[in-house]
Write a protein that binds this ligand. Structure first.
Ligand SMILES: C[S@@+](CC[C@H](N)C(=O)[O-])C[C@H]1O[C@@H](n2cnc3c(N)ncnc32)[C@H](O)[C@@H]1O
Ligand code: SF4
Ligand code: SF4
Length: 354
């Protein structure tokens, strides 16, 4: 049963059991455990907002808060990847925008894969036509998430405003077919963010996409990114992170493990700083190492280390990982790289909605 969903060979990434990554992670775990303001390691995950533009306007997405809409400059991106190759365990190529809108997205992926950096990308699939599907497969992308949050045209288009249900379903099905034909190793996930508006379609969604043996179907807990919209309520069954506001003493580990570079090159405290408001540096002018331990970042870490209420951004964020086991978990997973860990988590994300 488990083997149906756990396809081990394609889950274990190229950087697993890498001694350099292992040492780096141990260092970060130690810094996090000691709540140091300076970290002696490099972030395990680096996220690039390759574009802050979007062709949709989804109801649950915090993107409407971005203050600049642009594609990331390719040279800036390459300079950043040069600094992280062999150090970060995984690169995420989406943030507040649609990555397939970037004209150089496949070159960006290739730049990572040529340097042994694992890549992860989520798309709304409106632009996932045949040509782009093949280019993505040839670029060396490790994991593609196709975000479809409904199983009927009405519900989908009410949530994913400006999306066209038939187009997205046809694009996803074609991608899966091509992936099979070309024997591509990309891990494919079809994702459903469960919320009040679509809960009644979760079963049908699982049935539709569960037919494909080689695709993960991931039901994701909704994150309330600082909206007061009471409709966006996480399903308790899936809300492993959604309850973290109940634990104000938890110290979020993100400022020790995760860095995001916005499309402008600005680096905020955390990926959840959408506008951004809490900038720790500028990758156009500073090295990522300098930014990671900049004076601003050190002062933010000091605030985050006191607990959720002590930083204005964290105070209302329900994404702080509700996992007191962070340190142990990190140590247990230290021999795997973050890409493999993320793939395994997604592959066990297939849940039967009761
Ligand atoms: C902001 S989107 C950007 C990438 C792309 N435009 C897309 O929709 O997949 C990044 C990921 O966040 C997810 N997402 C958007 N709003 C969310 C929310 N409120 N809670 C949890 N995930 C969310 C999307 O489904 C997607 O997988
Ligand atoms: S397509 Fe992605 S980035 Fe665009 S609004 Fe929807 S969730 Fe946000
Ligand atoms: S609590 Fe939320 S906003 Fe604060 S660092 Fe963690 S994920 Fe970011």
């Amino acid at each position: 049963m488990i083997s149906k969903y756990l396809k081990i060979p394609s889950l274990i990434g190229p950087n697993t059991f890498d001694l350099g990554h292992f040492r780096n992670r141990l260092q970060l775990v130690r810094d996090y455990a000691e709540r140091t303001t300076v970290t002696r390691g490099f972030p395990t995950i680096v996220e690039f907002e390759v574009s802050s533009r979007c062709n949709m306007s989804c109801v649950m997405c915090p993107r409407e808060n971005v203050n600049v809409e642009q594609h990331m400059d390719l040279d800036l991106y390459k300079r950043c990847v040069d600094q992280i190759a062999g150090r970060a365990e995984m690169v995420i190529l989406h943030a507040s925008g649609e990555p397939l809108l970037h004209p150089d997205i496949c070159e960006m992926i290739r730049y990572c894969s040529d340097r042994g950096v694992g890549t992860w990308l989520s798309t709304n699939a409106m632009l996932l036509d045949e040509k782009r599907s093949i280019e993505l497969m040839e670029s060396g992308l490790d994991s593609l998430v196709i975000a479809i949050d409904g199983d009927t045209k009405e519900t989908y288009e009410r949530i994913r405003v400006h999306g066209v249900f038939e187009t997205v379903v046809a694009n996803a099905e074609r991608f899966l077919k091509l992936r099979r034909q070309r024997k591509s190793n990309i891990m494919a996930t079809v994702q459903f963010i469960e919320m009040e508006e679509n809960r009644q379609e979760a079963d049908a969604f699982l049935a539709r996409w569960g037919r494909y043996e080689d695709v993960n179907v991931f039901v994701k807990a909704i994150v309330n990114w600082f909206t007061d919209d009471s409709d966006l309520v996480p399903h308790p069954e899936f809300s492993e992170v959604g309850n973290s506001l109940r634990y104000p003493d938890l110290v979020c580990d993100r400022p020790w493990f995760w860095m995001i570079v916005k499309s402008t090159g600005l680096v905020p405290l955390c990926a959840h700083d959408i506008p951004p408001d809490y900038v720790i540096g500028d990758a156009n002018m500073q090295s990522l190492d300098d930014i990671w331990n900049s004076e601003q970042m050190r002062s933010y870490r000091e605030m985050v280390a006191k607990g959720k209420p002590y930083h204005p951004l964290c105070k209302s964020c329900d994404y702080c990982p509700a996992r007191p086991h962070t340190t142990t978990g990190n140590l247990a997973l230290a021999s795997l790289d973050m890409l493999s860990v993320a793939k395994i988590l997604f592959s066990v994300g297939y849940k039967k909605v009761g």
